[in-house]
Design a protein around this ligand. Structure first.
Ligand code: AMP
Length: 394
């Protein structure tokens, strides 16, 4: 078990908290503040326990000087101030006297946000390459380090792994929530355990399939990746998205696990991809020349329903069709409906999948929606996340 923020006496301590404030900002206006809200329980806990709170976050990719203005964290400090209902001191620096003096004069129960950690990337990618001197410098500004940025835990950066290697450390409530949701699924899922995989490419999900095929009772495959599997089964799929480099992989997998990989039996097709496209639904054996498969059909929904309604644990990653366009959105919408009715423990991962859920109504019927697309994918692939590995065990 990893140490958490609860394992430390925070009073009067300078507590460095790595948060994920990588929010969309357009012309200085934050258009979605979900990530800021998700970090509040940890920040509030530290403030309630009289810590001197120093927040670090990245925002976007800072590659050239012009990116600095675009990825300035100042608007986040203002929003955070409103949400916490207290003053958040913003320091427009990532090192040097101004930052050090501001931390020096910070009192217990006060909070400071320093400028975007990736400003340091302008200087030889010091943050993203985990420059040892940078990690050690940032660590010198605090007494305790808490990692609450799940979205970056799959990366080894100066602001997570770098700092953690020099200070007593722990995870925050957001990271703890993510691990508590994923660990049971990965280590001892309650069966029947169904995985629903969709999205565009097989290539992106191969390692997830490899890791989960032995743990799950079945993997229901939809989305663009289904057509590579179908072609590998000898089915003509017209002009659908097919990953030719992975046909053999799919063939071998289906031979090895004949009862586990469940493919669509019908498909919603069109000859062009747009909002007004004429779509037609066919059994999978009836594809015509030039047709592109863009969603699962009604019979596939019924087939998937049999597995979903029996399941005790369900993991969903990737929309089962091009849900952004109305003619190809029904399959993903129906999966939402089926999951809504299911009594299983349900986890959803991936930005597109949660975007789809929001589009088709609420998301309060899932037990957990992962905040970190890349990080959750790597957990599902069975990989160790460096940002978590470096944290002390209890
Ligand atoms: P991913 O990021 O891999 O989860 O992929 C999500 C994207 O896959 C979404 O933008 C969907 O529009 C897209 N997608 C879903 N089904 C298909 C399909 N049949 N053909 C092409 N793209 C698809």
């Amino acid at each position: 078990m990893k140490k958490t923020i609860r394992d430390y006496n925070l009073e009067n301590q300078r507590v460095l908290i790595r948060v994920d404030f990588n929010v969309p900002i357009e012309n200085g206006i934050i258009t979605e503040d979900k990530r800021i809200k998700e970090s509040l329980p940890t920040i509030q806990y530290a403030l309630d326990h009289k810590a001197k709170v120093i927040l670090l976050s990245h925002l976007g990719r800072v590659e050239v000087n012009e990116d600095m203005q675009k990825y300035d964290l100042m608007p986040v400090a203002e929003r955070l101030s409103d949400l916490l209902n207290c003053d958040v001191k913003f320091v427009n620096a990532t090192s040097g006297n101004i930052l050090e003096d501001a931390i020096q004069s910070l009192k217990s129960g006060q909070v400071l946000l320093m400028q975007n950690t990736r400003y340091e990337d302008l200087n030889g990618k010091r943050e993203s390459k985990n420059d040892p001197a940078l990690g050690s410098y940032w660590a010198s500004l605090g007494d305790i380090f808490i990692n609450d940025a799940f979205g970056t835990c799959h990366r080894s950066h100066a602001s997570n792994v770098g700092i953690a290697s020099h200070l007593p450390n722990g995870i925050g409530f957001l990271v703890e929530k993510e691990l508590n949701a994923f660990q049971p699924i990965l280590n001892h899922p309650v069966h029947p355990f169904t995985v629903i995989l969709g999205g565009a490419k097989v290539e992106d999900k191969i390692e997830v399939i490899e890791n989960l095929v032995t743990k799950a009772d079945q993997i229901l495959i939809g989305g663009g990746m289904a057509y590579t599997f179908l072609k590998a089964s000898g089915i003509f799929v017209g002009d659908s998205l097919v990953d030719e480099n992975h046909i053999d992989y799919c063939k071998n997998l289906m031979e090895k696990y004949p009862n586990k990989i469940i493919l669509p039996i019908d498909s919603v097709n069109a000859k062009e991809i747009n909002e007004n496209a004429d779509s037609m639904e066919h059994f999978i054996s009836d594809f015509e020349e030039k047709e592109i498969g863009l969603d699962i059909g009604h019979n596939t929904v019924k087939l998937f329903q049999q597995y979903i309604s029996d399941s005790q644990t369900i993991l969903w990653n990737g929309p089962v069709g091009m849900f952004e366009l109305k003619p190809f959105s029904n399959g993903t919408k129906q999966i939402c409906e089926l999951l809504k009715k299911s009594k299983a423990f349900k986890i959803v991962g991936g930005g597109d999948t949660s975007a789809a859920m929001m589009r088709f109504g609420s998301s309060d019927w899932v037990n957990h929606i992962s905040t970190g697309g890349g990080a959750s994918l790597e957990l599902l692939e069975g990989k160790k996340l460096p940002g978590i590995e470096i944290i002390n065990e209890k």
